[in-house]
Write a protein that binds this ligand. Structure first.
Ligand code: AMP
Ligand code: MG
Length: 423
């Protein structure tokens, strides 16, 4: 018998999973308001050609260098003529020689009392203000016959009716889409002022981590967070900087942070963010004096260690891949947007009926791995935050509010597709 046999484990308390009454758990909305208030743009500008601008963030408002369309043109294949000469009822108008085609305009002025063959996109010749659809005429190649009246300007596009020269086309802070490239090109803009890509370093921490592809000891797990976080950063449109895996020792981790601070504008670490023996991230940030351990009223997640390392902000994410992803989407993504010049964006969710039932307690916001099927939100069978399969199964998150909530099948819940976060 060892003397330790006298030790009695403490009884399990009924409320062992409830939030401590004496601690302030920061609500998600409060944490977000603080980030919004305290962060600012921290990247410079550059000019890039259209073909390299997709997904970049505009650093200035962009104005049209040219009107769209630049000249009046025809919206259809048909015949152009002067509205003043069109009468009510059936009529016949002779055709001039020649035609106006897109890129091959009719030269000169249309003689009075005539019509001219005109094709879609072709410049409307002088003397023409109205186009009649070819389906509405009969012709022998010499003249056209049709029924009046026609509306003045029918089937024509006016110069600048879409965008005027000098008109506003794209706003500073906008993330450039394929359609934006069409708009810029159409209005004579061939390069765009953008913010330099925010460089975001990713460090995994933990002695239990092995590199995917390596031979892992039985007690090791493969580093799942790094490939995920690097890929998320790239999909957000920022520049991922892979810093590898740091050991669970303070000196070693310091070296990684020093290097990351040189090579990036923002550092994301995962693991070691709580207040345990091996939680070196929070301990190191604490030493700098800039550390705030955010005990967030969020599940999954909870402790998020925020601090500055040699002038570079650090988000110390929880190690659990599910919590790491959720905290990245909810907290780090909006922070990256602000720092990268895109401004603050709250994700846009959808209210949909639940395909599940759940009794949620008050005191923290919860995010469930979810997906939409038949217009209803399904959630992953297990809420365990180590269940990486559920992250991959999910196509978005259901957000349950800070307050208590009884969800029945059919109860309206808030669903955010991953795309709402830019994924
Ligand atoms: P920690 O926050 O360091 O206490 O880690 C919490 C849990 O997440 C532990 O089970 C870790 O083994 C796990 N974990 C930490 N980092 C990673 C990672 N990069 N990939 C997969 N699991 C991780
Ligand atoms: Mg750890």
């Amino acid at each position: 018998m060892s003397k330790h046999n006298e030790l009695v484990p403490p009884p399990l308390r009924n409320d062992c999973f409830s939030l401590p009454a004496d601690t302030h758990w920061t609500p998600v909305s409060e944490a977000l308001a603080l980030l919004k208030e305290r962060l600012q743009v921290c990247v410079g500008m550059e000019t890039v050609p259209l073909y390299r601008a997709l997904g970049r963030v505009l650093a200035e408002d962009v104005l049209a260098l040219r009107a769209n369309p630049p000249q009046p043109n025809s919206a259809v294949d048909g015949y152009g003529l002067s509205h003043a000469e069109i009468v009510e009822g059936p009529q016949t108008v002779p055709l001039v020689d020649g035609r106006s085609a897109a890129g091959d305009p009719f030269e000169g002025v249309l003689p009075v009392g005539h019509a001219v063959r005109i094709l879609t996109g072709a410049t409307v010749p002088e003397g023409v203000d109205t186009v009649i659809l070819q389906e509405d005429v009969t012709t022998d190649g010499q003249a056209i016959a049709f029924h009046g009246p026609l509306k003045r300007g029918s089937n024509t596009r006016k110069a600048g009716e879409d965008v005027a020269k000098g008109g506003f086309i794209l706003a500073k802070g906008r993330r450039i889409t394929p359609a934006d490239l069409a708009l810029a090109a159409a209005t004579g803009v061939s390069e765009l002022p953008v913010f330099k890509r925010l460089r975001v370093a990713v460090v995994s921490t933990g002695d239990e981590l092995a590199e995917p592809g390596s031979t892992a000891r039985p007690d090791q797990i493969f580093d799942a967070n790094r490939p995920m976080l690097l890929a998320m950063i790239a999909q957000f449109g920022f520049e991922p900087v892979d810093m590898g895996r740091a050991p669970d020792d303070r000196e070693g981790l310091k070296g990684f942070l020093n290097e990351a601070a040189i090579r990036s504008d923002l550092i994301l670490t995962s693991g070691g963010a709580s207040a345990g023996d091996e939680d070196h991230m929070s301990a190191l940030l604490n030493d700098t004096g800039s550390m705030t351990l955010w005990r967030l009223a969020i599940k999954p997640g909870r402790p998020l260690a925020l601090g500055m390392w040699q002038g570079t902000p650090v988000f110390g994410l929880p190690g659990n891949p599910v919590a790491a992803k959720v905290c990245t989407l909810i907290f780090a993504k909006p922070a990256m947007d602000v720092m990268g010049g895109a401004g603050w964006h709250a994700p846009v969710g959808l209210k949909v009926p639940a395909a599940f039932a759940k009794s949620k307690k008050a005191g923290r916001r919860e995010y469930l791995r979810a997906r939409l099927r038949d217009g209803r939100a399904e959630v992953f069978a297990s809420e365990g935050s180590g269940r990486i399969s559920g992250l991959s199964w999910a196509e978005g998150l259901v957000e349950l509010p800070d307050e208590a909530m009884q969800v029945q099948e059919g109860t309206e819940v808030l669903y955010y597709p991953y795309s709402a976060f830019g994924l």
